[in-house]
Design a protein around this ligand. Structure first.
Ligand code: FEO
Length: 172
């Protein structure tokens, strides 16, 4: 059985994951409109992954005697300043999410909820991969600079870069 505090923290995390899904979906739409089909495909997949992260938490909360709440969400930003801005925003966002996950883990220890602590380890590993992937993509964009050919290849490569939740180790 979940304590009320842990249940509330997991519901807050469900909201964070659902909001992440919305943010990536908005970025995907922006990239698609810019004609960046590969980047858009990557972001649509990432949005789906975040929804899976939220669902996994919902199932866990309900299985443990809590009640997973579907959150109301804010409208994410419609436009991005640049492709670099997309990946920097992703990196900053994921760093923030990592901090939130760490707080949930910390609360589990305080509440002596070792089952939820164990469950949350999947999210801890996932965050390491997500931050690593975002950093790698920012490094690549820095190398490309203003080179159009480089951007073309970057977009093409992202068509097939897998996300991090598929157990494939995150990208290539
Ligand atoms: Fe669900 Fe991007 O972490």
């Amino acid at each position: 059985m979940l304590s009320k505090k842990v249940e509330a923290a997991l519901n807050a995390q469900i909201e964070t994951e659902a909001m992440s899904s919305q943010i990536y979906l908005a970025m995907a739409s922006w990239a698609e409109v810019q004609g960046l089909g590969g980047i858009a495909a990557f972001l649509y997949r990432h949005s789906d992954e975040e929804r899976v992260h939220a669902l996994k938490l919902m199932k866990f909360v309900n299985e443990r005697g809590g009640h997973a709440v579907v959150p109301a969400l804010k409208q994410p930003a419609k436009d991005c300043k640049s492709i670099m801005d997309v990946f920097q925003t992703i990196f900053q966002h994921e760093t923030k999410v990592t901090g939130e996950i760490n707080k949930v883990v910390d609360l589990c220890l305080k509440e002596k909820d070792y089952t939820t602590h164990n469950f949350m380890q999947w999210y801890v590993s996932e965050q390491i991969e997500e931050e690593r992937l975002a950093r790698t993509l920012i490094d690549k964009l820095n190398l490309i600079g203003g080179d159009k050919g480089g951007l073309y290849l970057f977009d093409r490569d992202l068509q097939s870069v897998t996300g991090t939740s598929g157990g494939e180790g995150g990208g290539h």
